[in-house]
Each structure stands twice: as structure tokens, then as C-alpha cells.
Design a protein around this ligand. Sequence first.
Ligand code: ADP
Ligand code: MG
Length: 877
Amino acid sequence: MLNNPFNKNSSVKKYQSLIDQINILENDLKTLSDSELRAKSFKLTKQYEDNQNLDSLIAESFALTREASSRTLGLRHFDVQLIGGLVLNNQKIAEMKTGEGKTLVATLPAVLNATTKKGVHIVTVNDYLANRDQVSMSQVYRFLGLDTGLIQEGMSPSERKESYNADITYVTNYELAFDFLRDNRALNLTEVVLRPFNYCIIDEVDSILIDEAQTPLIISNNISTPVQKYIIAAESTEYLEPNIHYKVDEKNKNVVLTEEGSKRTEEILSIQNLYDPEDPWIPYIMNALKANTLFFKNVHYIVQNNRIVIVDEFTGRIMPDRRWGDGLHQAIEAKEKLSIRQNTESVASITYQNFFLLYPKLAGMTGTGKTAEIEFEKIYSLPVTEIPTAKPILRKDLPDLIFKDQFSKWNAISQACNNIAATGQPILVGTTTVEKSEMLAQLLNEYKLSYEILNAKPENVRRESEIVAQAGARRSITIATNMAGRGTDIILGGNINFKIQKKLYEILTLSKNSKNSNIFQSQLLNTFEGCSQKFLSVLVSLLNNTEFLELSDVDILRILKENDRISIPTISYQPSIRFLINELISYNKKNQKQENKIVKNLGGLYIIGTERNESRRVDNQLRGRCGRQGDPGTSRFFLSLDDNLLRLFGGPKIQNFMQTQLADDAPLESKLITKSLDSAQERVEERAYQQRKNLFDYDEVLNKQRKIVYNARRRILESISVQKNIYAHGEQVITDLLLELNDKTISLIENFFGQDLVLNYSRDFNSVQKEFALSEIKLYLFNEFWLTYQAKKTEFSIYGDGIIEELERSIILINTDKIWCEHLQKMTLLREAVGWRAYGQKNPLYEYKQDAFFIFENREEFLRHLIIYDLFRAYII
Ligand code: ADP
Ligand code: MG
């Protein structure tokens, strides 16, 4: 039975009449030819040009997209997907469960907003998803006469620019924000790759705006680092005893050095004062202690290629581009006895929070947004709307099982895996750390179960999506960290796209390298009983294609993965490869259908949670991996009393209760525990939210400043001549210097202009002041400045037109960047400093804001002085 979404959910009721309109339009559109549909699409663009009113086009545009999708992909948007599309167009977050087809939903508002020709960005969490979504959805867009762009890691600026100029661009949050920062360091307009922001849809919006919001994105330069200090600090902390010399506060991730500890450390280092500002040791010692007691290998980081790579605690993913700040990263390098990398200084930075707020129109989608509703609303002004599922959810969420300790818990988990696997039902186990997933793997080995393990280790991350995609195949057991493979479509019975890519890769590389094609053909016929004669002949012709034969195995793999990227085949072997893929798809489809049925009968995917995560949202994310589109599925969490969450936040009452209630291995299903876990989780969530809110409040100050600087910078970058700015700066420099009028003022000014001023009055200012009013002196100096500037321009004009303009522009831009970089470091220091002031009964945020204002004002004065100084000293060799 299909449920009627409108009965259930009042918040979507208001869309009813629009949905009706779209449904009515659909009948008319069905009768039109492909080219007539495209003509309609162009008409909408024209209509928008005329009336600039997007709302009046919604129904027709959505209906067109739905029809285009039906014809190209064979997917017709469900009504609930239309609602999702409307919610996205209304600048809200659409919560649609995993597997409901959010990729397809995004096409609706994307097409509508693309009619403005101002660009639409669809943001995903990784390159694989951006690629996958662009490849599939571009067919819909192309049908309607819209072009699509894709940004991938490693693309050149010109490729990026082209992709951003497309009507609709698929890109990851990381690439997008970096392009923004880089654009704002461009010295030439041609280097800028982004257009002004217009409309953005963020997929997996909670991942990006909540989980990743904490760490700012930074572009940085290296600066010198006291390597020895890190090493010595690491060594000396080995002689300190916990609770005597230092105390660890695990909850707040902090370490405190006791008085005894300070003394002992000073002895070990044979220094007088740990806190000596001339030669400070305290930050190195504190970081070394933190590194030893709070940051563990294979939990918080892994060592890869002799480097420390951070593992995100929430997602279990590695974050190769991030480093812990304030010397912590180096301290961990010292602890692991790795070479210590240079400290860096940020030259540009932004948080995702503030980055995405730059879009005039923003929307997001996720399977798990409701529990973070308040945060979305407060920080981003993005309300969350729950969209009903197309089919009723059949997933069974079984009550938590609670064990006495880790030992009995993990035993029970592996036993459960063994029991479930015996029936062939696929299992997905979510773990929180690399260590735990490897431990479970060991336990499963004892049962002789085969499994796929997916954790933050680099050798696994590459295959992440492929492994997760097959998690629904019969008999498969997948161990994955929390959000590994997020966004990948887990199809019961297995995902044929990946299977086909793999199979075809094997066929192609094998046949290319096989000497005797006859033997190979018979082999092939054996493997593919059902494959057609045409399949063989296309394969043979491909093997005679010289261009194809030149490809390496890696090239072939890449081509298979990117197959649909090239819309019009330009390379001779492309159509053959596409044909082979299509053949294999239809060959495999029958098989897939059957497998799908079998797995459904087995009960679908079984999800096992091994620990409550730090937010309900992440738990829901894991559960949501099964029960896709009305599929059956089961989820169950296995917990233990000494799980982090219970241990740190459960409180002693629970611990005592449990100790008395729990027999050795038998689990307990306890409402009390579940309730206390819920509230512990809520407290952790609340705290994490407060931290992010705090970061946001502080960042807001910097954000305003960044906006001012970037806007001013952009205006300079875009102007043909900045002469007006130079005049203004020069006059202001004089005014600044005259504020403090004394004997040195004139030579100071001369110093700025790089040459002597012709003065027809005395250089002794005391006597000058008696004779002239300040305004007269000022005017006179302005005049001198204009003349000097004119002379400079004449000097440069010899070298050609536009040289001086170019020079002036670069001087302003380079100095803007330099001063901004210094400003960023100052703000970081200020941030630390105000933290201390909190002890003096002062409100640190208020203090921060005030001081930030003065630092920023100073920056402006400093900047114009540098600009004038540099300009008047510039010459051509
Ligand atoms: P989500 O992002 O919501 O988890 P996806 O976009 O990955 O979901 O889509 C999940 C699956 O649903 C895909 O296999 C997709 O082809 C399928 N799907 C989406 N929309 C439809 C539709 N209208 N009809 C049939 N299948 C659909
Ligand atoms: Mg998705």
C-alpha cells in the first residue's frame, strides 16, 4: 500500500496545489517530442529574462524536469520527491531518508534556478559522489539544453573555470571553499575561477555544516619551527607521573600540570622557569602531555608515510589535509618519533559555516537533519522539513542490548554475525575506530567468516564506495567506520554498476594482454553464457583499435569509471566501451533482480551498531543504511557499560545499578539504561553544539572583516585603474603623519615618497607652524604628493601603456594579502589572550570584539603606508 504523504505531514500540505499543477502539466508534456520539450525549456529561460520571476515558473519547470528524467534515466520523480524539490527551492533543508533519491530530487530546483543563468552549485562530500551524481544527472540537464560542470581534485584552474561557468556544477565542499580562498588571493582577474554565488544545494548537509564545521579551512605558508623543543618536551614528559605531576581531564580533553609537575619538569630541563616569556617551555610540555594522554594512534590519528594523519572522531574518515593547530600536531609527531614538520601560518582561512552563508540562496538535504534542527535554524537560518518516504518504512529497530564489559559485548557481536550470516542475510557493522574494526575482524576470523573491512586506513579508503555499495549483497559482511561510504547507494542483492566495471575491467585487460584470442574467446563464452554475438564482435573490434591498445591497465580503469563523463564520444573506442557496458548491464539485470528478491526474503540488510555515537544523528545515519525505499531491514545496537559515552556521561547511579544487575555474559534490555544513554547523548550533543556556536560567534567577527577586505580587494582586482585609490591613500598618509606634527614629520613624509620635497619654507616645524595654518601645510604637501606621483607616472609611461596601472594594482593586492595574513595571526593570538581574561571576570567574546576592531583599524593605516611606500620606491630595471 502506498501511503499518501499529505495526510501525515502538515508541513508539506502547503505544497499540495503546486504538486497538483505539476501532475496536470505532466499529461501534456508526455505527448510532446524531445525537441519540443527542449524548446519549452528554452522558453522558460526566456520568460525569466523578461519577468525575473522564478516563482511563476516552478510548476512548469518541475514538470519538464520530471519528464526529462523519465525519458533519459527512466526515473520518474515521485510526488514526495517533488515536495523535496520545492523545499529545497524554498531555502530549507529537506530531510529525506537514505535511499529516497535525493540525487534526483536536486535536479528539480537545479533546473529551475539554472534558468537564471547565474549558476547552481550542488555540493557533495567527496569526489566520488560529485562524479557519480554529475555523470548520471547530466543526462537530464543535457536533455533540457543545460550544461553541467564537475570539479575534481587536481583539476587545473582553467578546467575549474569552465566547470563553474556551466549552468549546474557538481563539486565537493572542500574544493569549492578552497577555490573561493584562492580566488581571493588572485593577482589577476583571469586567475579567478568562480562566478558570483547564486544558488547552492548541499547534499549530506549535516556532514558538512555540522560535523565538518568545527575546523576552519586554511591555506597556509611554512614558518620556522623549534624542532628540538618538541623532541625534548616529548622525552621529558616520559618522566612525569599521572595524578602526581599532571592531571588528565578526559571529558574536556585537557591536561593540567600540578605544581609538583612544574617543578619536576624544570629540574629535568634544568631551567629556572617553565613560563619564561623569553624562552617558553610550557606550551611544548602541555602539548607533549596531551599527545601522550589524550591522543591515541589508530583512534585519533594514524601514521601514514611517516606522517600523522588525523582521523575524524565522528566519521572515522582520515583527513589528510588537516593538521592540529598550536603545536599539538608537532607534539604528536615527536611522540611518534617522526620528523617534525614546519609550523604553518595561515594566509587565508574560512569555516564552512561562514563560507556557505555567502550564498544568497542556500538549501540542503540529508537523511538525518531533524535532531540538529535548532542548530540549522539558529546558525544558518535553514529550517528543516521532514519529507515523508515514498513507501512505508519497513525497517525494524530492535532495542539496545547492554553488556557488562567490552569483552562480552564484542563476543556477542561476533556471535550475532555468525548466526545472521548463516542464513545469508547481509550485515553491516558500524564501528567507531580503526582498532575496534580490526579487533572485530579478528573475532570473525575465528568463526571463519569472510568479510570486508573498511576503516580510515588509506588502503581501504580508496575502495570505500565500492565496498559499501556491495554491502547489500547476499552473504556479505561489511565492517565500516561510522560514515564511511556515506551517500553510496546500498542495493539489496548488490550494486551492479560496480560489479560491471570490475568485470569489464577484467575482460578488457585480460584480452588485451592475451596472446591467443581464440582461447580467450572460448573462455569468455564460458564466463558469459548469455552474452551475445555482437558483444564478442564489438570486443574483437576494440582489440583491433590502435588507440585502445595503447592504453595502460590504469587508463582502462579510469575510462570505465569516467565512462559517461564525455557526453559526445570523441575518442574512437568510446562507443564500443559504452556498448559493452550496456550489454553487461542488461545481462546482469536479470540476475540482480533475483538476488534482490532473495535478500529481501532474508530480511534485507542487518545493521549492527557497536557503540552509541556522540549524537543521535550519527546513530540514525547508521540505522538508515538499511530499509531503503521500503526494503526490509533490521538494526540493533550492542552496548557495554564501559563504552565511552556511558563511562563519561552516564553517572555513577547507572554504573552501580548495572553492576548489580548484570550477570556475566547475559545482555540486558533496560529502559533505564536506554533512557540514560539518550540523555547522555543529548548532553554531548548540546556541548558540541555550544562549542560550534562559540566558534561561530568568534568567527563572526573575523568574518565581517574578511568580507570587507575581500570586497575591497575584489574591487581593486576588477578596476582598470586604481589611480583614485592611490590619491586617496597618499593624502591619507600625509594626514596620518601630520597628526603628530614635529620636526621629523617632513623627513618622514619624504621617506614615504622616496624623494625630497621641494619646500619653500623652513624645515623647522616650530617656526613653520607659527607662520602657516595646518590646513595650508596639508594642502601644500598634497600638492607636492600629486606632483611626485605625476612624475612617477611619466617615468613609467616610457615602458608602455598600462604598466603603471598594473604595478599599482599588484602593489595594493600583494600588500592587502600580506597585511591580511598578519591580521589573521594577530587574531589567533587575540583569541588565546581573551581566553585568559575570562578569569578576570571579563566577557571574553566582548573583549575579543573590541580588540579585534582596533586591530582591524590599525591594519588599514598600516596597509596604506605600505602601499605608498612600495609604489614610490618601485622602478623598472
Ligand atoms: P539518497 O541520496 O536519498 O540516499 P540516492 O539518490 O542515492 O538516494 O538514490 C537511491 C536510489 O534510488 C538510486 O538507486 C536511484 O536510482 C533510486 N531512485 C531515486 N529516485 C527514484 C525514482 N523516482 N524512481 C525509482 N528509483 C529512484
Ligand atoms: Mg545521497
